[in-house]
Design a protein around this ligand. Structure first.
Ligand SMILES: Cc1cc2nc3c(=O)[nH]c(=O)nc-3n(C[C@H](O)[C@H](O)[C@H](O)COP(=O)(O)OP(=O)(O)OC[C@H]3O[C@@H](n4cnc5c(N)ncnc54)[C@H](O)[C@@H]3O)c2cc1C
Length: 416
């Protein structure tokens, strides 16, 4: 057995969630292997919008939103896309998504989202200490911008949910917005500035820097495509891959959008969809943003990063294997030019990746029911970059018996 394969704990998936789990476990002195078919942070964790949204607490499913969804889907330039051949498989997920919009559920979900996101920026700063990569995250506002001022009405539910939870927000007009962000189009008439957040200047490199730190603490990285998992006796899991088997005492499943398909053979059904998103990066943008910007109508986020200016968004439902449809990225490029009139679009690259999306917007964190020694850490949807540091900390505490299952009740895997 190669030395690298002997571990107390094996983490499957080296996205930002698996990396943070492995790092926190290693900090506790545990022997950890981190397994992925690709290099660390190449999945959704590479291409996201970089918003470290410590105040994120508004779920995707809100009361009354169902009325807008058909229009969004039918509009080829809308923020949601559905491959019709895939639609029947979405049915149950969609019903649960709509069910999550009940107001009492929305309030509980908002509390649980805030808890997993709240400390993210501070924790990133702490985890990056002494790596030489401290400048990969920076303090930032998260500015939601509007062409129609009515959508920035503080009485709307999305703002009320934040206000009730102490989110520091300023409601400003278009002129005040352009004082903060001169490059933005004067089409924007209003904005909501959410303060005290962070942003990643290169999300992929952030994941890699933390993976390197984990390796320096003894985590071994194994490159393998996992086929299935078997518990053969207490504290003895076999993780099967194409070229062999990895034994482990405990297993953390952090395989992002692919997590549910590894659980299914164990009799555990989780409603997890691949919510595919796209980005475009303009490598010589000629325009600069000082903060993370969310275009409310276009439903995409823009940020200046170290490789250029990135715009990311779109929610496309087409399963795990369909090829990317880069017309969606081209649509993002057009929206970006409208957001930033002086944007130089000559040099642009496109990307697609899958958010691991649960219907209630909450991640699955905790024990896999009936599977001794198997833990889930997936399903962070739109907020996995943000939720990763706390998820890693909680998983390490749970595995090391420093946290109880009841503290993770909102995120339990058997809630569906
Ligand atoms: C367009 C877009 C914009 C976003 N913007 C933001 C943002 O601004 N802020 C924010 O907080 N979040 C954002 N997100 C969400 C965030 O990127 C994700 O929630 C997060 O990256 C999920 O991390 P993960 O580790 O669970 O998944 P991933 O990064 O996808 O990692 C999963 C890993 O598991 C591996 N894997 C899967 N199956 C197997 C197998 N069988 N064997 C071996 N390896 C396997 C994969 O190769 C992959 O490396 C965005 C997402 C998208 C798509």
């Amino acid at each position: 057995m190669p030395e690298a394969y002997r571990s107390d704990i094996t983490v499957i998936g080296a996205g930002i969630i698996g990396i943070c789990c492995a790092l926190r476990l290693a900090e506790k002195g545990l022997q950890v292997a981190l397994v992925d078919r690709n290099n660390p942070a190449e999945g959704a964790s590479h291409g996201n919008a970089g918003v470290i949204s410590s105040w994120a607490c508004v779920p995707q499913s809100l009361p009354g939103q169902w009325k807008k969804i058909p229009g969004w889907i039918i509009d080829p330039a809308g923020p949601i896309a559905l491959r019709w051949s895939y639609a029947p498989r979405m049915f149950n997920w969609l019903l649960r998504f709509l069910d999550s919009a009940q107001l009492n559920r929305v309030n509980d979900i908002a509390d649980a989202l805030l808890l997993v996101n709240r400390d993210s920026f501070l924790l990133y700063q702490q985890m990056l200490e002494d790596t030489g990569s401290e400048d990969l995250v920076t303090e930032s506002h998260y500015i939601h911008v509007f062409r129609n001022s009515a959508a920035a009405d503080p009485r709307l539910l999305q703002w009320a949910l934040r206000r009730e939870r102490g989110v520091p927000m300023d409601f400003i007009d278009g002129d005040e917005l352009r004082e903060i962000e001169p490059a933005l189009s004067n089409e924007y008439k209003a904005a909501v500035v959410i303060q005290n957040q962070g942003r990643a200047l290169n999300p992929g490199r952030l994941g890699q820097a933390l993976a390197e730190k984990a390796q320096s603490l003894g985590v071994s990285f194994v490159r393998a495509e996992i086929k299935d998992l078997q518990l053969i006796k207490p504290d003895h899991w076999l993780i099967n891959h194409k070229a062999g088997v990895i034994p482990a005492r405990k297993v953390i499943l952090a395989a992002g959008a692919w997590s549910a398909q590894l659980l299914r053979p164990l009799g555990c059904e989780i409603p997890l969809e691949a919510e595919r998103g796209y980005h475009v990066v303009f490598s010589e943008p000629g325009a600069q943003l000082n903060n993370s910007i969310l275009d409310n109508e276009g439903h995409f986020a823009a940020s200046s990063m170290d490789m250029g200016l990135r715009c990311a968004g779109i929610a496309e439902f087409a399963g795990l294997v369909a090829l990317p449809d880069y017309r969606r990225a081209q649509m993002l490029a057009r929206l970006a030019k409208r957001m930033l009139p002086n944007l130089n679009t000559d040099s642009v690259s496109e990307w697609m990746g899958s958010r691991p999306a649960t219907p209630d917007s909450l991640p699955c964190i905790g024990r896999v029911p009936g599977q001794d020694g198997l833990f889930g850490a997936f399903g962070h949807g739109h907020g996995g970059l943000t939720g990763a540091p706390t998820t890693g900390q909680w998983v390490a505490d749970l595995v090391n018996n420093e946290m109880s299952d009841s503290e993770l009740f909102s995120y339990r895997l058997d809630r569906f």
